[in-house]
Write a protein that binds this ligand. Structure first.
Ligand SMILES: *Cc1c(COP(=O)(O)O)cnc(C)c1O
Length: 408
């Protein structure tokens, strides 16, 4: 038998979603006529919009002709998509991103999970708490943390609590972190940041030679004009930050798979002996070695997101979800709940009533309202006492769920 990577044994068993499924199944078996409404999922539900479908149908037909056939494409993505990204996602913000600073991939989950490979195994990591679990688990796998404690925290990892006391803004650590993960608009809290706060992070990173990993998967849901859409809106951020974006939530690509990562040329790491190394080159080496590109058809679909018609259709879907978010937010507020998020993000984060634990509140909603959400404690110890509802459901389901919760 071969020896295994024992870091994997430190991982907390995938507990959250299996446990939710188990409790829902048990309830449904006992109450077969109950109509359970699921507002727990972080997956989109609306179909792919017509202009994207059309682009992918044409691309598929092209693939069936000898002139239009595409085999392996460039690993970093086709130039047509890289150009569209730079021109549509960055140029309007006054940010100049070169094609060779963008790498197209099959998802931000993979990008956020894989990026840590190019950093030293003793790099010190900082994450918000609560947090998207991928950031933590992939660093546990790589051996950058110790064991998990009874408080639910891994040793040798810097946790930055985000609670209602600090407006869900993780505080800049006193100590030096080599890598900082930030996610705005945030999953799970729905919080957004300000340009001022991002400036402070960029300053911290410059002072400490840190690199910021900025997950912007929900950028398309920003509705307020003064909310930053990219960390590169802050001057100097290109020297310290990598940005992640995905077509998953923006355009319903969770089942199609397409995302990208931006690594500016200015961003440098260093060797133990102090030589500067381009992070862009390191990632390029990794990406071209381990990844063979997103399919031509999918990239054509992604390109269509940037056509005028595509933008309009996507905006309609986002509007649908955000009107759900407003219904959840307003409905719960009226029912006396303390609610956060849901304005620039498709998630509503609420304080549980009667000081219930996240799981006790889960059971109350399931048993008394037949509504399923996600216990906040599943995203980290500081999520205890909170609960996440998602706006990705059907309008009728959202309305019914809010009516039921209000009647409790
Ligand atoms: C959904 C999500 C992503 C995107 O994942 P994909 O792999 O691109 O589907 C990235 N980060 C966060 C925080 C998310 O919630």
């Amino acid at each position: 038998m071969a020896n295994i990577n024992e870091n994997y044994l430190k991982l907390k068993a995938g507990y959250l979603f299996p446990e939710i499924a188990k409790r829902v199944k048990a309830y449904s078996e006992k109450n077969p006529s109950a109509k359970v409404i699921r507002l727990g999922i972080g997956d989109v539900t609306l179909p792919i919009v017509p202009s994207i479908v059309d682009a992918m149908v044409s691309a598929s037909k092209e693939m069936g002709t000898s002139e239009g056939f595409h085999g392996y494409g460039p690993e970093q993505g086709y130039s047509f998509l890289l150009k569209s990204i730079a021109e549509n996602d960055y140029a309007p913000l006054g940010i100049k991103i070169d094609e060779n600073e963008i790498f197209v991939s099959d998802g931000s989950k993979c990008d956020c999970g894989n990026i840590q490979e190019i950093f030293s195994t003793d790099a010190k990591i900082a994450v918000a708490d609560p947090v998207y679990p991928v950031y933590v688990d992939t660093n546990v796998m790589a051996g950058r943390t110790g064991e998990i404690g009874s408080d639910g925290r891994y040793s040798n990892l810097i946790y930055m609590p985000a609670t209602r006391e600090n407006g869900f803004q993780p505080e800049i650590p006193k100590e030096k972190a080599d890598i900082v993960y930030l996610c705005y608009p945030n999953n799970p809290t729905g919080a957004v940041t300000t340009k001022e706060a991002l400036k402070a992070w960029v300053e911290y990173a410059k002072k400490n030679n840190s690199i910021i990993l900025y997950d912007s998967a929900y950028e398309a849901f920003i509705s307020e004009p003064d909310v930053p859409r990219s960390i590169y809106e802050v001057e100097g951020a290109k020297e310290v930050a990598i940005e992640f974006r995905s077509f998953s939530k923006t355009a319903g690509f969770t089942g199609l798979r397409c995302a990208y990562i931006v690594i500016p040329k200015e961003l440098k790491g260093r060797t133990r002996s102090g030589e500067e190394v381009s992070i862009n080159s390191l990632w390029s080496r990794r990406h071209t070695t381990k990844f063979n590109g997103v399919s031509y058809v999918t990239q054509k679909g992604a390109e269509a997101c940037f056509s005028p018609q595509g933008k309009k259709e996507i905006q309609t879907s986002i509007g649908y979800y955000m009107s759900n978010a407003a219904k959840i937010r307003d409905g719960l507020k009226k029912a006396g709940y303390e609610v956060f998020g849901g304005i620039n993000a498709p998630y509503i984060w609420l304080k549980t009533s009667d000081n219930l634990s996240s799981w006790d509140f889960f059971d109350r909603l399931l048993n008394q309202a037949q509504v399923v959400g996600t216990p906040g404690s599943g995203f980290g110890p500081a999520g205890e006492g909170y609960f996440r509802l998602s706006a990705f459901g059907k309008k009728e389901d959202v309305e019914a769920a809010i009516a039921r919760i209000s009647a409790l």
